[in-house]
Design a protein. Structure first.
Lengths: 252, 360
């Protein structure tokens, strides 16, 4: 089961660039939340703050409060603990090229010292099934390299890899932007199925995608969150003029 | 008029122009517009120039053959050296046969020669040097590539590379005046005290010997291994590091899974380069190894390497047999280097099962 995320007064910088300015947001548990906005508006930075990946860049820093359930992720926990609880799927599929499909999916567990083979086998199968990839790869799990799959399969494998550590939150940073339409629709189906069990935050450039998969949508512009409400409201009755301009294609 | 020549061709080869009537008028308009422009003005000077440039076949062929000659010259050089070594060591080859490589005798007075102690000395010092240098070099590379604050990176990298630029005779001098006394008075006795029971630190310790030579070799191959390893690690894309970090990895787990694992073939390559340097290193080793053709279990014992004996004795080699035995020692070094490299490559192949690592 997922957990909700409360963000209060979140600010983030890359060097001297103020990329996120005072973001306040409640992301409900076990729902999909989409973040839309033009390139460079800060939505990727925002999701990277939710699992403390933002700070892995030496020139980046962030202030503010991010609570996952009762845990303040910046005060009460180490980045390593947070990232175990928050899975992440990146824009470009990033399989481990030297590992088999099986090892790719099991890598999160093996990394944390998990060695029980029966449970590993079961987890790999369950995660690949959840990522709708099991049928395509079950015969060469240990024979084929993770890099030998097609782009769309690689991305689903990366989703399986994130799911294998049983996270409470799944962050997806434009997970389908490097994929063809068929793979994209598979990923979207997947998000639709997964959101009952995980809290999903998905960054997307594609507004139809946000409309299809997410209950709530936030619109980011120039480092600020302009509007956040139910997806229906955002797309049918936006409160802010800038949101309306963006979704009707007048800019961005 | 190049344009009016190409347009009709394009038109007939574009099915959409005929298939979809909607697009046809647009293309026809384009053709007429282009032709009218052509009639009004001279052909553009750029098109005129490009049409005189030829089809590039000559340039491509020349380029390919020049590069082929460069590549073949490598074979030629290796073959040439090998032939000369074999030809000049013929007397010794005839007298001792293959036994030259397995005999321990080295007696210029009676003309009895064998290469085994030198092969042992070369392999023992080089492998020992690798055992010491590789962990240290990996540590340096990991620090420089993954952990080092940006301000320190340039100075430390510069110093590491400077270490590679010092001539080997200077390393030898330093070893004679600094390393040998330390080995004799402090490190040697200390090793004997805690590891004497292994039998590797037996006998009299004069400060010169296999261990001292290995240490100086380790220092000399450290920079090449660490700087190449660092470059390879930095070439691993950030997306691999992020993929591991996002799974909840610690810094070391990230480096192990996300960086070292992807860079392993390149790292073995760096180690092979270091080994190559250690096998052939002459001057510094000659100055501290003791120069005595022994095969001893003790690392304190003096030894001799293939390269050192050639450097030491070539100028005083009297008699054809002595000279040809020394040249055969050169042949032995040549062969040892090839075998060691082949083993190292087989090792890489075994680890990766023939599949090269692909990194996005």
């Amino acid at each position: 089961m997922g957990v909700g995320i409360d963000v209060e007064h979140l600010n983030a910088w890359y060097g001297s660039t103020h990329t996120l300015q005072d973001i306040n947001l409640n992301i409900p548990a076990n729902h999909a939340t989409a973040l839309i906005g033009p390139s460079g508006c800060g939505k990727s930075t925002f999701v990277r703050c939710l699992n403390r990946m933002h700070e892995t860049n030496p020139i980046a820093r962030a202030t503010g409060v991010v609570k996952m359930g009762e845990v303040d992720i910046y005060m009460d926990a180490s980045p390593v603990e947070i990232r175990r609880r928050v899975g992440m799927v990146f824009q470009r599929p990033n399989p481990f090229p030297t590992m088999s499909i099986y090892d790719n999916v099991a890598s999160g567990l093996k990394l944390n010292g998990f060695r029980n083979k029966a449970i590993l086998d079961e987890t790999v199968e369950r995660s690949l099934k959840a990522a709708a990839l099991w049928e395509e790869v079950k015969d060469d799990l240990k024979k084929k390299s993770g890099a030998s799959l097609s782009g769309g399969q690689q991305q689903r494998m990366c989703i399986a890899r994130a799911l294998a550590v049983d996270p409470e939150v799944l962050l997806m940073d434009e997970p389908a932007s490097a994929l063809d339409p068929v793979s994209t629709s598979k990923i979207e189906d997947l998000i639709f199925q997964l959101k009952s069990q995980y809290t999903i935050v998905i960054v997307t450039h594609n507004m139809q995608q946000a409309a299809r998969v997410a209950e709530n949508t936030g619109f980011f512009l120039n480092g600020k969150m302009v509007e956040f409400s139910s997806t229906d409201m955002i797309f049918t009755n936006p409160k802010d003029k800038r949101t309306e301009d963006y979704i009707t294609g007048r800019f961005g | 008029m190049p344009l009016s020549e190409t347009i009709p061709q394009m038109d007939s080869s574009t099915p959409s122009a005929k298939a979809t009537p909607l697009q046809a008028p647009a293309i026809l308009n384009f053709v007429t517009a282009a032709e009218s422009v052509d009639e009004e003005r001279d052909p553009s000077p750029i098109r005129q120039y490009l049409s005189t440039c030829g089809n590039g076949a000559f340039a491509d062929k020349t380029f390919a053959s020049v590069m082929l000659i460069c590549a073949l010259s490598i074979f030629a050089i290796v073959l040439f050296i090998f032939t000369i070594l074999v030809a000049r060591s013929r007397p010794s080859l005839a007298q001792f046969g293959f036994g030259f490589f397995t005999r321990s005798a080295w007696d210029p007075v009676s003309g009895d020669f064998g290469a085994l102690p030198f092969i042992f000395g070369t392999l023992a010092t080089s492998l020992l040097a690798l055992a010491m240098a590789v962990p240290l070099a990996l540590g340096v590379a990991i620090f420089l590539s993954e952990l080092c604050p940006a301000k320190l990176r340039a100075p430390i990298s510069f110093l590491t590379e400077l270490l590679a630029a010092i001539p080997s005779v200077v390393y030898g001098l330093w070893a004679v005046f600094v390393l040998v006394p330390i080995m004799r008075d402090q490190l040697g006795p200390f090793l004997y005290k805690i590891l004497g029971w292994t039998g590797f630190f037996e006998g009299s310790n004069f400060g010169v010997g296999l261990l001292t030579a290995s240490i100086i070799l380790a220092i000399m191959i450290l920079p090449i291994i660490s700087s190449i390893t660092r470059d390879i690690m930095q070439a691993v894309p950030t997306s691999q590091r992020e993929a591991v970090l996002a799974l909840g990895a610690t810094r070391w787990e990230m480096i192990r899974t996300g960086v070292l694992r992807n860079a392993r073939i390149g790292i073995v390559g760096a180690i092979i380069l270091g080994l190559g340097r250690a096998l052939g290193e002459t001057m510094a080793v000659t100055m501290v190894i003791g120069n005595h053709p022994d095969i001893s279990k003790s690392l304190f014992a003096p030894g001799y390497t293939l390269a050192s004996v050639i450097a030491n004795e070539f100028s005083e080699a009297t008699g054809d047999m002595y000279l040809s035995a020394l040249i055969e020692i050169g042949l032995a070094l040549f062969i040892v280097t090839i075998i060691v490299n082949a083993i190292a490559r087989a090792l890489v192949w075994a680890v990766t099962r023939g599949a090269p690592a692909r990194v996005h």
